[in-house]
Design a protein around this ligand. Structure first.
Ligand code: ZN
Ligand code: ZN
Length: 228
């Protein structure tokens, strides 16, 4: 797949392939990646909603005249969900989250590892996933892949017709998600990655919740956590 990475400003990069545009919006204290994904229909999806990302998302949405219909959350750690309710208000899109991760967004301030100097807004997802759902956004077909291990209800979203997976905190460039937080399990995470992600073709591009994008081939060859 032919991909050009273009730096837009300090926060956002844009990847192009033939049918799909991906803006990478990195925000919050942990440099969490949010993604704005659109195609030629100008319908769009957001993947994850980092803290203070709303104004950056909205700038790109307005500039490109996009209609956002889905906010896909990979899991319910607050650095990925903090701006989801505000983005829902501003776009009218539905929030998708796995049912096993819902409890954290209902009482987000209760489940932070350390006390935050601000309050997180609680919210209820519009659609509770259980895995294997397929959701059409424009001409893109997003599939929810339940990949527990980092959290109970972690989900990766593949765009089935585009060889792209948004992997949240399940799989990173050269690393894997933490398993020592409540709800985490190393064995579960490794089997999620092996059984549900590495089965995708080698040229599938992985867009993680933190850090740089990678490919299935690159992780099979170079990820030390997957080759034990
Ligand atoms: Zn996380
Ligand atoms: Zn994270």
């Amino acid at each position: 797949m032919f991909v050009i990475l273009q730096k837009l400003d300090n926060f956002a990069y844009r990847n192009y392939n033939e049918n799909m545009k991906i803006d990478i919006i990195t925000s919050g204290p942990f440099d969490t990646n949010g993604y704005l994904v659109s195609d030629e229909t100008n319908e769009a999806a957001i993947i994850d909603a980092p803290l203070e990302s709303t104004h950056i998302f909205m700038k790109h949405i307005r500039n490109k005249h996009l209609k956002v219909t889905a906010i896909f959350l990979t899991h319910s750690h607050w650095d990925h969900t903090a701006d989801a309710p505000e983005l829902r208000r501003q776009t009218g899109a539905k929030i998708y989250l796995h049912s096993d991760d819902k409890y954290r967004v209902l009482e987000p301030n209760k489940f932070t590892i350390f006390r935050l100097p601000f309050n997180l807004e609680e919210f209820t997802p519009d659609v509770e996933l259980s895995g294997n759902e397929e959701i059409k956004v424009g001409n893109m077909l997003f599939k929810a892949i339940h990949t527990p291990g980092h959290t109970e209800g972690g989900v990766c979203y593949s765009v089935e017709n585009q060889k792209v997976i948004f992997s949240g905190d399940t799989l990173f460039d050269g690393s894997i998600g933490r398993c020592d937080l409540p709800g985490g399990s190393l064995d579960t995470l490794l089997s999620s990655i092996h059984q549900k992600l590495l089965v995708y073709s080698d040229d599938t591009i992985i867009y993680p919740g933190h850090g740089d994008s990678t490919t299935i081939r690159n992780e099979k060859d170079n990820n030390p956590y997957l080759n034990i």
